[in-house]
Design a protein around this ligand. Structure first.
Ligand code: OOG
Ligand code: NI
Length: 463
């Protein structure tokens, strides 16, 4: 009898733990940040029993301590194609298309993540995955050189490729195979302190864009940050200097609210790390490279298209009013403006629900479960009468404007560039070998399923 297959959710948990251990060993400040986040989360839950109860009810406690996302940047279509197959082994699928060229970053991206409720509850580990767009390099000779360098590298170990094929053939991996797979997959994400190019080539790539140098000069797509989830990002931001970490000037995303929406993020600056570059004599020359940083995030409710339009409109108005300069100039003005402008976004769950701004999960209260509700009553009535309860559906995805802000803060704010060619989702999906899922459809489906379950229970209670 063959050994039973390990569930993809369990392979994902093994992998996310291995990644976290590796990153903590490589970037000690990440470990410090994790401790700070753990302390802040414990204090937030103690100070807010309602939040603690809501998280219990929605099975969010289990995931909180293991929750994090990471990011990588790939160089070729083939790499993206294979990484999709690698993530599938762990139950992670491409969701969403993000075009960062609008922000002067020559990549487009997706997020690999679990999609169904049960898998998200167990471990929502996500990897924001970008593909370099070489076609956005203007210098033709440099573009050809970068393509040739990338064509020579192999970012997956032969054993990792074998195990991916084994998974595709057999529909799963045994426990032993899964452990082997995790160890092999980890190699793709590891940091390399030796570059594959000489210093002169690195500088040329770097002059075209720092991110191009980051992708092209190394043997693999090192994980460039791992982000734990906090319940109080302002407390973490304020607590960072006390633990020897200096955060970026502003928190990206919406302002602090009673009812959090979407995603708020902040980061600490990328480290300057020593790199051994090749030289012509077969020896090496020392230089530096900055790529790896730390980030934290606080997640709130997923917005409907209507809610998202309002969010985008308000944020754009703040950003056109106040520009945060290098070194955090105007950060105070920006935060004030953000708070004032977002007063237009309702800040209680029931108004947000009635206005169709956000997605919610519906369930029966205890009274509802005892059969106090009428199956034919309107939903608004059932909620008002305390028969049906609503809980926010957490936003599991990313925000391109925030992502660009994180990119910029790590690349130096002097790096603003505009690329003529824009969004090219079709090319991205062709490289991926699959289409990306529509995140809004996923939230709508989760909301619909909870409503159907409530209706069925009310009807059963009435019968
Ligand atoms: C990815 C930045 C995007 C986020 O949290 O929005 C991201 C990168 O720097 O490669 O991780
Ligand atoms: Ni991130």
């Amino acid at each position: 009898m063959p050994d039973r297959h390990l569930h993809p959710d369990e392979i994902r948990t093994l992998f996310s733990r291995a990644m976290s251990d590796m990153y903590r060993a490589e970037v000690p400040q990440y470990g410090t940040l994790m401790e700070l986040v753990r302390d802040v989360n414990a204090a937030a839950l103690e100070a807010d029993p309602a939040l603690a109860a809501a998280m219990e009810r929605n099975d969010e406690m289990e995931r909180l301590d293991v929750e994090r996302h990471g990011a990588i940047r790939l160089g070729t279509a083939e790499e993206l194609f294979t990484i999709r197959r690698l993530f599938a082994v762990m139950g992670m699928y491409p969701v969403g298309y993000y075009d960062l060229s609008v922000a002067g970053v020559p990549v487009h991206s997706t997020a690999f993540r679990p999609v169904d409720d049960e898998a998200l509850r167990r471990n929502p580990f996500r990897v924001f995955t970008s593909l370099l767009r070489l076609e956005l390099i203007e210098d033709e000779a440099l573009r050809a050189e970068a393509a040739a360098i990338l064509a020579r590298r192999a970012i997956f170990t032969p054993r990792a490729l074998e195990l991916i094929e084994q998974w595709e053939r057999a529909g799963g991996l045994t426990t032993g195979e899964a452990q082997d797979f995790v160890a092999q997959a980890l190699e793709t994400f590891r940091w390399h302190s030796d570059a594959t190019v000489d210093l002169a080539t690195y500088r040329k790539l770097h002059d075209a864009h720092r991110l191009i140098a980051d992708v092209v000069s190394f043997r693999g797509p090192h994980i460039n940050h791992l982000t734990p989830r906090t319940l109080d990002i302002d407390a973490v931001q304020a607590g960072m200097p006390g633990r020897g970490i200096s955060p970026k000037a502003i928190i990206e995303g919406p302002p602090r609210r009673a009812c959090p929406i979407l995603l708020r993020q902040t980061s600490f600056k990328a480290l300057e790390e020593a790199i051994a570059f090749r030289d012509d004599e077969g020896g090496s020359a020392t230089g530096t490279h900055t790529a790896r940083f730390g980030e934290i995030e606080q997640r709130g409710v997923a917005l409907t298209p209507k809610g998202r339009r309002l969010y985008d409109e308000l944020l754009a108005s703040v950003r056109s009013e106040v520009q945060v300069g290098a070194g955090g100039r105007n950060a105070g003005d920006y935060d004030r403006e953000l708070g004032e402008v977002f007063a237009r976004f309702p800040d209680d769950w029931e108004t947000m629900r009635r206005d169709g701004l956000a997605f919610f999960r519906y369930s029966l209260t205890e009274a509802g479960a005892r059969g106090a509700g009428r199956a034919d009553a309107a939903l608004d009535t059932l909620i008002a009468e305390g028969i049906v309860r609503i809980d926010p559906i957490i936003y599991e995805d990313f925000l391109p404007v925030s992502a660009a802000g994180i990119f910029q803060s790590n690349l130096g704010t002097d790096q603003q560039q505009n690329y003529a060619e824009r969004s090219n989702r079709a090319a991205f999906e062709a490289a991926l070998g699959a289409s990306v899922a529509d995140e809004l459809a996923l939230y709508a489906r989760a909301e619909r399923a909870s409503l159907d379950a409530v209706e069925a229970r009310l009807r059963a209670a009435a019968a």
